[in-house]
Design a protein around this ligand. Structure first.
Ligand code: GLU
Length: 474
């Protein structure tokens, strides 16, 4: 593992710190290192919007970290605390995330300084349209060069408004739908995008549990179904991760933390009921299926097997890491463990599944959506019936040759052609397994690398460095 400076680092310095460690291991020259780390361009916009009879000036950013592959890709964050530094750090993270997952995009990120809860739907729509106009007119939004997606505080409805505004601005652009991903299905989106980041977390954890050595290294035993899970965050990412892990893998989610408190049930929480309750009451207090705890730190630090961090950055740091008792820490959010926090966790023997691997599900499925938009056709549309008919003929042939009947449940499974959702999930699962395989390979081969984050950065930087070297920058 890389060493960590004693003084606290900003989010951006944390990312740079990891990148520099990977570069040292790879022997990347200082010049090439600078070229890779540099944020190519940042746009800051300030635009006035008249709301409720008053003019309010909003501030937003779009940072393009790396254009070595185009388009550049990354979410748009709407939050009351966004800064240029944060947006640049997140854009850099997108570059490395895409490289690791073999998504052929550069990294970018955007942010708008706003508390979305202070505005009604029509107002948000107006604000989104104005932000979109500013980004598009200044060359920071289009299908070929810079393609946003949902992030904290934004979702498919904002993405639909962005696509609509862009289309009005450039009606002659036949690929206009590809200017943004994470759109609703009926606005050019793709099946499985909303669940994608949570689904990716599930696939990453499933893959981890396919490797008994890795499981033992974390001090865990048995399969995923015997693990007790605590999740921080019940937004789109945390909710889907919790839902899939509890409903499909039968893991027991014993604690869920949100910004206003936490809820605990050592016999397992009903995630669907909890999510419903949280949507209705905007709080977990009073949820009948568990005990409410005011002090969320207490739940973050409770004994469990897997702790999934799916909320904000810097949640585990030098001040609280020593009290964290989870054996496997899963970074569903971007940058939830600081460099100092990581050092303490690793000294205690915890294993961390790093953000650049774990939360790449969103951008992976965004890639599928972007290619779908460019092809103007739903995945599986051409082959689904063909595959189903073919499978039916094969079954009939098998039955007539053997004289035996395939059970009905098996028949209906086999003769189904793949839907778009099946294909998206299959592509995401494959990506998560392949990235894990690469991370493992690096850890086995290198004596110097003993943590997954460093291994993941080494893989990402190596791929990007090779691109630059071919372009004569070394
Ligand atoms: N906001 C997501 C992320 O941080 C998704 C980005 C995308 O789909 O482009 O990875």
């Amino acid at each position: 593992m890389s060493t960590c400076p004693v003084n606290g680092l900003s989010f951006r310095e944390n990312v740079d710190h990891m990148v520099e460690s990977a570069m040292r291991i790879l022997g990347v020259s200082e010049t090439l290192g600078e070229a890779i780390k540099a944020c190519r361009s940042v746009l800051q916009v300030k635009f006035p919007v008249k709301l409720r009879g008053q003019v309010k000036v909003f501030t937003g950013w779009r940072a393009i970290h790396s254009e070595h592959l185009l388009p550049t890709k990354g979410g748009l964050r709407f939050a009351p605390i966004v800064s240029q530094d944060e947006v640049e750090a997140l854009a850099a993270l997108m570059t490395y995330k895409c490289a690791l997952a073999d998504v052929p995009f550069g990294g970018s990120k955007g942010g708008l300084l706003i508390d979305p809860r202070e505005y009604d739907d029509d107002e948000i729509r107006t604000i989104v349209a104005r932000f979109t106009l500013n980004l598009a007119k200044k060359g920071f939004l289009d299908p070929a060069t810079s393609v946003p997606a949902p992030d904290m505080g934004t979702g498919e409805r904002e993405m639909a408004w962005i696509a609509e505004t862009y289309k009005q601005l450039y009606p002659q652009d036949i690929n206009s739908n590809a200017c943004v991903t994470g759109k609703p299905l009926d606005h050019g989106g793709i099946a499985g995008r909303t669940e994608a980041t949570g689904r990716g977390i599930q696939y990453a954890i499933q893959e981890f549990f396919r490797h008994p050595d890795d499981v033992a290294e974390a001090g865990l035993s048995d399969g995923l179904s015997s693990q007790r899970v605590v999740i921080q965050g019940l937004g789109n990412v945390g909710y889907h991760a919790a839902k899939f892990l509890s409903e499909i893998d039968n893991a027991m989610v014993i604690g869920v933390i949100v910004s206003s408190g936490a809820v605990v049930n050592l016999d397992g929480l009903d995630i669907e009921a909890l999510h419903q309750y949280h949507r209705e009451h905007r709080s977990l207090r009073g949820f009948p299926g568990g005990t409410f705890v005011d002090d969320s730190e207490q739940v973050l630090e409770m004994e469990c097997d897997i702790l999934i961090l799916a909320a904000l950055e810097a949640q585990i740091h030098g001040g609280n890491a020593v009290r964290i008792r989870a054996k496997l820490i899963v970074e569903g959010a971007n940058g939830p463990v600081t460099c100092q926090g990581e050092k303490i966790l690793m000294d205690k023997g915890s294993v961390i599944l790093p953000d650049i691997y774990v939360n790449s599900g969103g951008v992976v499925v965004s890639y599928f959506e972007w290619t779908k938009n460019l092809s103007h056709m739903r995945y599986g549309r051409l082959q689904r019936r063909y595959e189903a008919t073919r499978a039916m003929h094969q079954l009939t042939a098998l039955e007539s040759l053997t004289g035996q009947q395939v059970p009905e449940w098996m028949r209906s499974e086999i003769v189904q052609g793949a839907s778009e959702l099946d294909l998206v999930r299959s592509g995401l699962d494959d990506t998560m397994r392949e990235a894990y395989r690469q991370i493992r390979e690096v850890m086995v081969e290198s004596e110097e690398i003993d943590d997954m984050r460093t291994a993941a950065y080494v893989i990402a930087i190596d791929k990007i460095a090779r691109w630059y070297r071919i372009q004569g920058i070394s």
